[in-house]
Write a protein that binds this ligand. Structure first.
Ligand SMILES: Cc1cc2nc3c(=O)[nH]c(=O)nc-3n(C[C@H](O)[C@H](O)[C@H](O)COP(=O)(O)OP(=O)(O)OC[C@H]3O[C@@H](n4cnc5c(N)ncnc54)[C@H](O)[C@@H]3O)c2cc1C
Length: 67
């Protein structure tokens, strides 16, 4: 749950910063796109965002809906 929420918040903040910087946000002059790519990576490894939600749902409800 901590990993899922942490990564979700981090990428939300990174996307917001990219927006704040406007067109400069997609240039190499600022490193925000590099951070965004790193966060896109973390969404996948050590359990994807969706799989973590399924695991949390299983723990809370006892129902395995991934089958
Ligand atoms: C930079 C990086 C480093 C990595 N390092 C390691 C490492 O050191 N050791 C290691 O063992 N692995 C490593 N991995 C692999 C990583 O753990 C897997 O990529 C990850 O578990 C996702 O598996 P997959 O790529 O096979 O995607 P898949 O399992 O094919 O999933 C594809 C998509 O489908 C979704 N999905 C899958 N099953 C379901 C379902 N039942 N219900 C709903 N949605 C579903 C997933 O959430 C995902 O969005 C690394 C990956 C990356 C990107």
């Amino acid at each position: 749950m901590a990993k899922r929420n942490n990564v979700d918040k981090a990428i939300t903040v990174a996307r917001e910063v990219r927006q704040v910087l406007g067109s400069m946000g997609i240039t190499g002059e600022y490193s925000i796109m590099r951070h965004m790519m790193n966060f896109e990576n973390v969404i996948t490894y050590e359990g994807t965002h969706d799989i973590h939600l399924l695991i949390t749902g299983l723990d809370v409800t006892g129902l395995n809906v991934s089958k």
